[in-house]
Design a protein around this ligand. Structure first.
Ligand code: F6P
Length: 555
């Protein structure tokens, strides 16, 4: 394929941006079209899981022509054929020779047969592991699986990092209302001993199961934390035979889990075609299944499956992940927006921005195309966010009056799990959710500011407005299925953008160098490698010597 910016579809978009796009005014667009909301919003519905998600993209700086041109870009960049390759199990993660088949993990209804790159069916193995997860989750939740003193399990501690932490941590928090009598879920990710130490203060070894979650089972943070957790456990349980009742591993590396000492029946496998940041649907989701029950974990999968089908089968112009992906390209590559904010108005979704940060930034934070060339356009945005309304009292100032364009996604379920004070909290929350996109779009003109303040102060109260947003509303409560659909929507949006930018969204070589250099420094700090033997720049050498000097004084 020709370079992205050389494609006629790209050039047409650039020309459209220069001639009209950059001057579009949301207020004018709404004034000119009374049906804009109806035409530029769409309900995703899945009857099987009773899920409805409204996606309103009408407050974007686009016209029919813009959307047509964006869809033409998706066509010209082969989004649909790459999507089909993913669903077919082709090794689209070509730098690691792997299929990208997280979609096969939520094929609960069996809507299609999934095969890996070698043509082998994966569906049977996926079902087997799901069965193993169900048996484990049921046994723990029903008190059949007990600790070494025969007590019921009250807590699970997931030890993992990145994709082996953020997905399950985000989902467990989001689905807290479904915990019932199930165990509490804790998450230890950071190698900072504080993280583990603080969790261990809250749990009892007799009633705690540790889940060591690591695709590779070589990640230094996870292995260090797992070893320390095991040592802590053994100081109390004393007999190493008790480890079998209290340690589970989730990994593709069965050799390493055995070496760590985890009983084979406590190992839950998954496959190299599951990317770490797309793995919450696999055995990595075991903490979810234990915390909220397997039936709710399965409902999460079903919701994601419904979104997979929508993505696979819906024409590009009505395809929600495609539309959201294209809008992101429009802002990032033509308007120069460097960031994208995800703003959930639901406390249970507090970790969604952090989760999406990895999903998006580790996938699309790349400057080399699939052809090995450096891009001459912007790729993945800096993704960030916080739950509303907290953000309103913190960083929204910059979104409203700052110099940078920050496209935002506002997300909320229309029903709360906690309708306290006669639903008053939720009404206030929703009112704020609905008002912020309006304020960002509408702004406040100078005349209005002049009506309330002297002329010299009026400019400070002017809001330019015209700031684009999407609003995503779950029609009901945030159920497991609705959450599954929402996460899959973002996963596929990321896919679409990676396809357009011609990058491989499924490797992450950019994280490797830091790991190697950290090993070097660790050797120096521990005195295993003399200072000066490793080559460092003067700053790093100075800092290493400074830290080592302090540590050697026994502080
Ligand atoms: O270092 C980045 C990364 O490889 C992520 O992609 C991954 O989610 C995380 O580390 C954890 O990896 P693992 O599950 O192999 O421990």
């Amino acid at each position: 394929m020709a370079s992205l910016t050389e494609l006629p579809a790209w050039k047409a978009l650039q020309q459209h941006y220069d001639s009209q796009g950059k001057a579009l005014k949301l207020a004018d667009l709404f004034a000119a079209d009374a049906t804009r909301f109806q035409r530029y919003s769409s309900e995703f519905k899945d009857a099987a899981t009773d899920t409805t998600l409204l996606v309103d993209y009408s407050k974007n700086l686009v016209t029919d022509e813009t959307l047509d041109l964006l869809v033409q870009l998706a066509e010209a960049t082969g989004v649909a054929s790459l999507r089909d390759s993913m669903f077919n199990g082709d090794p689209i993660n070509f730098t690691e020779h792997r299929s990208v088949l997280h979609v096969a993990l939520r094929n609960v209804s069996g809507w299609r047969a999934f095969k890996d790159a070698s043509g082998q069916s994966v569906d049977g193995e996926v079902r087997d592991v799901l069965g193993q997860m169900k048996r484990c989750a049921d046994a723990i939740r029903e008190g059949v699986w007990t600790g070494y003193t025969g007590k019921r399990i009250t807590d699970v501690v997931n030890i993992g990092i990145g994709g082996s932490d953020l997905g399950p941590a985000m989902v467990c928090q989001a689905l807290t209302p479904y915990q019932g009598t199930g165990p509490n879920a804790h998450f230890v990710s950071n190698v900072d001993g504080t993280h583990l130490a603080e969790v261990l203060k809250r749990v009892n070894p007799e009633t705690t199961v540790f889940i060591v979650a690591s695709k590779t089972f070589t990640t230094i943070e996870t292995i260090r934390n797992a070893n320390s957790a095991k040592a802590w456990f053994l100081t109390q349980a004393s007999d190493p035979a008790h480890v079998a009742k209290h340690f589970i591993a989730l990994s593709t590396n069965l050799k390493a889990t055995g070496e760590f000492g985890i009983a084979p029946e406590n190992v839950f496998r998954f496959w190299d075609w599951v990317g770490g940041r797309y793995s919450l649907w696999s055995a990595i989701g075991l903490s979810i299944a234990i915390h909220v029950g397997f039936e709710h974990f399965e409902a999460l999968l079903r919701g994601a499956e419904a979104m997979d089908r929508h993505f696979a089968e819906t024409p590009l112009r009505e395809n929600l992940p495609v539309l959201l992906g294209l809008l992101g390209v429009w802002y990032g590559d033509f308007f120069g927006a460097a960031t994208h904010a995800v703003l959930p108005y639901d406390q249970y979704l507090g970790r969604l921005p952090a989760y999406l940060q990895q999903a998006d930034m580790e996938s699309n934070g790349k400057y080399v195309t699939r052809n090995g060339e450096r891009v001459n356009y912007a790729t993945g945005p800096v993704l960030w966010g916080e739950p509303g309304t907290n953000g309103q009292h913190a960083f929204y100032q910059l979104i409203h009056q700052g110099t940078r364009l920050v496209p935002c996604d506002f997300i909320a379920p229309l029903r709360t799990h906690n309708p306290i004070a006669n639903n008053a909290h939720h009404e206030i929350l929703l009112a704020n959710l609905l008002a912020q996109p309006e304020a960002l779009m509408r702004g406040k003109p100078l005349e209005a500011a002049l009506a309330e303040t002297p002329a010299d102060l009026a400019p400070h109260r002017v809001f330019e407005g015209n700031r684009p947003t999407n609003t995503l509303l779950v029609r009901g409560a945030l159920t497991p299925a609705a959450l599954g659909a929402l996460i899959a929507l973002y996963e596929h949006k990321i896919f679409v953008q990676g396809a357009i930018w011609q990058i491989n969204s499924y490797d992450q070589w950019g994280v490797e160098l830091g790991k190697v250099l950290a090993k070097n420094v660790l050797g120096e700090l521990r005195g295993e490698v003399p200072l000066g033997e490793r080559e460092h720049d003067a700053s790093t050498a100075g800092l290493v010597a400074y830290a080592k000097g302090f540590l050697e004084q026994g502080h």
